[in-house]
Design a protein around this ligand. Structure first.
Ligand code: DBV
Length: 258
């Protein structure tokens, strides 16, 4: 199927993609920040493939939305729908390193086993109090409120812990009506809270010294390298779209600051 997506700001058109509410809110939020398209080749803006048995092939579609602004180096969203169940939104907003800002990360994943929800303002410099103070106060109480209404996400890889703040909203939710209700009544307002809080940080952010910028750049690169190396979707992306394309997508589009 031919794609009508020519640049990264063109709307996503995946039928029955379950996470459209969240991307719509993100697009709305950025409309006040003079967004510009982010340079992405057509081959990564839209990709379609088939999997399963040849007698009953199932379709998988992946579309990439992205933008940049004065203070945001790259905001990008990998939007994937495979057949009826598997539906993924992987959103990362990366500020320029000359602003003392965290990443905004949302990994919303629906698989036949259930929904996985990872939402956080992720530190570029976890050990630096000046950098991580954003995760205290208001964000911490937001986290306490919403996390208390959700089942826990369970353990995460120990070497991943350094890339999450103490306000990391993490949950594994069952499929079905109960799960849909939790997404509507908890995940949607939680996302709105976290995103609004992030945009407030962006509005207030002032350029930092070149010395501070290089510390932040090192921290950002370490985060991007970790995520590119340990991407939990690597196997899935390789299975659907081939090793070469998947590695290109992960290293040169999704986590392109290494
Ligand atoms: N995760 C990605 C990208 C995805 C994606 C680019 C395009 O970084 C999907 C898709 N995440 C995805 C899938 C799974 C997870 C799991 C398909 C399920 C894998 C499976 O169970 O088979 C947050 N995502 C996870 C997990 C975490 C996150 C903690 C569970 C642990 C795991 O399976 O590794 N955000 C994600 C993450 C980091 C982050 C791993 C690391 C710093 O910032």
């Amino acid at each position: 199927m031919q794609s009508n997506r020519n640049n990264s700001l063109d709307p996503i058109s995946i039928r029955n993609w379950r996470w459209s509410y969240f991307l719509d809110k993100t697009i709305q939020g950025f409309s006040n920040f003079q967004p510009r398209a982010y340079p992405i080749e057509k081959d990564f803006l839209f990709r379609e493939s088939f999997f399963g048995s040849s007698s009953n092939p199932k379709k998988v579609i992946l579309e990439t939305w992205a933008l940049k602004t004065e203070k945001i180096r790259q905001a990008r969203c990998a939007c994937l729908q495979a057949s009826e169940i598997t539906s993924i939104m992987n959103l990362v907003i990366s500020p320029f390193h000359y602003y003392d800002l965290p990443f905004f990360g949302a990994d919303f994943v629906t698989l036949p086993i259930g929904h996985l929800i990872a939402l956080d303002l992720q530190p570029a410099l976890k050990g630096d109090m000046n950098h991580t103070q954003y995760a205290l106060g208001k964000l911490k109480s937001m986290h306490a409120n919403w996390q208390s209404k959700l089942p826990s996400g369970g353990d995460i890889p120990s070497d991943a812990k350094q890339y999450f703040s103490q306000s990391f909203l993490w949950s594994r939710i069952p499929l079905g009506e109960e799960g849909d209700k939790l997404i509507r009544q908890v995940i949607q307002p939680a996302f709105d809270d976290y995103l609004a809080f992030f945009f407030d940080l962006v509005i207030d952010a002032k350029r930092v010294s070149s010395e501070r910028s290089s510390d932040l750049l090192n921290g950002q690169r370490k985060y991007m390298r970790y995520r590119a190396e340990k991407d939990p979707a690597r196997g899935m992306l390789r299975g659907y779209f081939g090793d070469l394309w998947a590695e290109n997508y992960i290293n040169n589009i999704l986590f392109d600051l290494q």
